[in-house]
Write a protein that binds this ligand. Structure first.
Ligand SMILES: Cc1ncc(COP(=O)(O)O)c(C=O)c1O
Length: 375
């Protein structure tokens, strides 16, 4: 129950275990087209999608090197660990970063972004789902503010896309970055980026060095008669992702969002029924990850270690400044109601073992009630 990599459905594993397909020719071309068109559907966009064999961070780095030039001023909006990562990437490439930083657990506010947007800012970079704290930023009003300014809007939705709504075209997101290993139910190893016309225009003039990350190379290879990638892709991962997207198409995007929302509500009701406090602002939006404050006298790291060692379920510990203070239950991706009930049951047992007073069954019953209500 970590927020990624998340479990992979058997159909996807089977696809990944099938014979390798040569990456130049109709076999892989079909897979790449299926993946690319599927990602357009998930992102709700007509924009081009570029994909890379890499982790999500590679997708973030590709956004920076393709859109900006040395010394460009950008606004990084940070609500946690992955906001810090955006800042570090921008600084590594010599951008002039203005940081709008929130205390971890807070969500970004459109009014603050508006106030921070000064003339000359070329891009605004933010997380959709900030996995380190579980919060989900309300991207739509922030996008509306950025649209009034000639800056590119770059959104890391690596742990959000597919689990929480992200309407790239309707909201006006120039660069949306996702990863295969979270809500999409693929294995880790593919990052994908939706690129708007404005982002392509910026790319044409951007002078930061790029080679592997060059979006034009990816676009040109995709436009061959049989779509390709410029360099050898992780063929099996693409085959698996095509299968996973097929499963999402069968489920339907709205149903996938609903599944995530219901699992999130049940998890939150369960931990609260034990008297635990949720961590973070706007928790009802946090449909991908539930962050929970470690109760008085219980170290979150010890709790997650015990649950892992004794019950074989992995919760994520707190990161950085939140180490020991929170623990995180991921419900993004291939999870179902039974997973939540199991997770809450072992949480009850582990808390009890660590001396926290628990009335057995309370968490499970609260989650069951949410499921009953949800139908
Ligand atoms: C919001 C967010 N951004 C970026 C990343 C980095 O992705 P990766 O670890 O695949 O490089 C993650 C990974 O968990 C993430 O959750």
């Amino acid at each position: 129950m970590t927020p990624g990599p998340t479990p992979v459905p058997p159909e996807v594993l089977l696809a990944q275990g099938s014979p390798i397909v040569y990456h130049r020719g109709p076999g892989f071309g079909r897979v790449l087209r299926e993946v690319t068109e599927g990602l357009q559907w998930i992102y709700q966009t007509k924009n081009d999608i570029v994909t890379f064999t890499c982790s999500g961070t590679g997708g973030m780095e590709s956004a920076v090197v393709n859109c900006f030039s040395p010394g460009d001023r950008v606004l990084v909006v940070s609500v946690g660990n992955f906001g810090t990562r955006f800042k570090k990437i921008c600084e590594a490439y010599g951008l002039d970063v203005k940081l709008l930083e929130y205390e971890w657990g807070k969500t970004a506010k459109a009014a603050d972004v508006q106030a921070a947007l000064e003339p000359g800012i070329k891009g605004v970079l933010i997380q959709h789902s900030e996995t380190s704290t579980g919060v989900i930023n309300d991207i739509e009003p922030i996008a509306a503010v950025v649209r009034e300014h000639p800056a590119l809007f770059v959104v890391d939705s690596i742990s959000g896309v597919g689990g929480a709504p992200l309407k790239v075209d309707e909201w006006g997101i120039d660069v949306a970055i996702g990863g295969s290993q979270k809500a999409l139910m693929g294995s880790p190893g593919i990052a994908f980026i939706a690129v708007s016309e404005a982002a392509w225009a910026a790319h044409a003039n951007a002078t930061l060095p790029r080679f592997y990350w060059d979006w034009t190379a990816v676009k040109k290879a995709y436009e061959r008669p049989e779509p390709e990638t410029p360099y050898t892709p992780a063929v099996h991962l693409y085959m698996g992702l095509a299968e996973a997207i097929g499963l999402l198409r069968e489920e339907g995007l709205e149903n996938a969002y609903k599944r995530h929302a219901v699992l999130s509500r049940a998890t939150k009701a369960g931990v609260q029924a034990l008297g635990l406090d949720l961590f973070g602002e706007d928790v009802e939006r946090a449909v991908c990850v539930t962050a929970v404050k470690s109760p008085e006298g219980v170290d979150g790291d010890k709790l997650t270690a015990l649950i892992r060692a004794k019950y074989g379920i992995i919760f994520a510990p707190g990161q950085d400044v939140l180490k020991g203070k929170i623990f995180r239950i991921g419900h993004v991706g291939y999870f179902e109601r039974a997973d939540i009930l199991q997770a809450l049951a072992v949480l009850e047992l582990a808390l009890e073992e660590l001396g926290y007073p628990v009335k057995r069954g309370d968490a499970v019953a609260a989650a069951e009630e949410v499921f009953t209500q949800a139908g």
